[in-house]
Write a protein that binds this ligand. Structure first.
Ligand code: MN
Length: 255
């Protein structure tokens, strides 16, 4: 079993290292991750730049591949031929912070898994709840249960798993919930940093987001102490609105 491991927090992230150590007990793990933090980079690619690829040493002494590209660039580079062998599965994480609800459209962690899906590879994104003080040990352990299950059962074409874990020790985890995406409540504000006649500078930031805790959603499961697993696909079509939209009039009335 061969796994491509990537993330969006950068190659030196402790979340990636925890996952690497854990998955190496059950698989061959190739690491190819960005050389910097691309959190909230979404599904972006550096179309007009030349990508630099380097070999770097991790804290465990292993030599792995990194690039100045986005998480999706790293996955693309890896799957287009920079790996010695094609992986059976692409795993992205462990992200420092949750990726629930509409976070998935901002998330570089999830986007890396989406990129893998575009290459026809099964993929899993793993994120740990909280905004500081992460303990990756249970999430890394859980990945060792999840990964063989994914490989044995297989995922439908075009589907990835978005996994979020509570930042809790194993004995406080209440179980695993299969969920749908919830709705995030973002609390960012426009923060002027410097205002001038020619140019102004702003930060878009604020309190961490909350979520509507609707039963059945990823955010609610996570808040209740469950591991949340949401199957995602890249079809963003609003299927329920197609019929109504077909009845709209897109032609000018004859005069
Ligand atoms: Mn991140």
């Amino acid at each position: 079993m061969r796994i491509l491991l990537t993330n969006d927090d950068g190659i030196q992230s402790s979340g990636l290292m925890a996952l690497k150590r854990s998955l190496e007990r059950i698989a061959e793990v190739d690491v190819f991750a960005p050389d910097r933090n691309w959190s909230a980079a979404g599904h972006s690619r550096k179309l007009f730049d030349i990508l630099t690829v380097r070999r770097v040493k991790l804290r465990d002494g292993s030599t792995v591949l990194t690039s100045d590209g986005t998480p999706s660039d790293c996955v693309a580079l890896a799957l287009m031929g920079l790996l010695p062998e094609q992986p059976d599965l692409v795993v992205s994480g462990i992200n420092r912070g949750p990726n629930v609800g509409s976070d998935v459209t901002y998330s570089g962690t999830v986007a890396a898994a989406m990129e893998a899906v575009l290459f026809g590879r099964p993929a899993v994104a793993i994120s740990l709840d909280g905004y500081s003080g992460w303990d990756f040990s249970y999430a890394a352990e859980f990945a060792r249960i999840l990964v063989p299950e994914v490989l044995q059962r297989g995922l439908p074409p075009g589907v990835l798993l978005n996994v979020n874990l509570p930042n809790l020790p194993a004995e406080q985890i209440r179980g695993v919930a299969i969920t749908r995406l919830g709705r995030r409540i973002y609390r960012d504000e426009l923060q002027p940093v410097e205002e001038g006649p020619e140019q102004s500078r702003y930060r878009l930031g604020g309190e961490p987001p909350t979520a509507e805790l609707v039963p059945g959603t990823d955010a609610a499961a996570l808040a209740a102490g469950y591991v949340s697993i949401t199957p995602l696909h890249l079809d963003l079509t609003a299927h329920g609105f197609l019929e109504e939209l077909r009845r709209w009039n897109f032609f000018h009335a004859q005069s």
